[in-house]
Design a protein around this ligand. Sequence first.
Ligand code: FES
Length: 106
Amino acid sequence: MVKISVTDLSGATKEIEAESGLSLMENLRNNDFDDLAAVCGGCCSCCTCHVYVDEAKFAALPEITEDEQYLLEDSETFKEGTSRLSCQVEVDDSMGGLKVTIAPEG
Ligand code: FES
């Protein structure tokens, strides 16, 4: 378990205990962040699990695949160097203190 700080679309921030081995999306859903639609269930085909991660830790996260990058760049709310699809980020023990903000749909 690692502590991750999550800001929802209303601007409210909550710290969660995220489970390693699950995706960030699964952890957000398990902690009742209903702002995150995650329509495709983690198949990397919808972009409704888009989040912004703090830029200081961005480079340390698992690499972005071509499919993820393509979907992100297609979103009007994409921001280089901070946008990720939360279903494509597997949580591990190195991610303690990560700050995540749920991105508006774009
Ligand atoms: S849940 Fe659809 S791309 Fe992540």
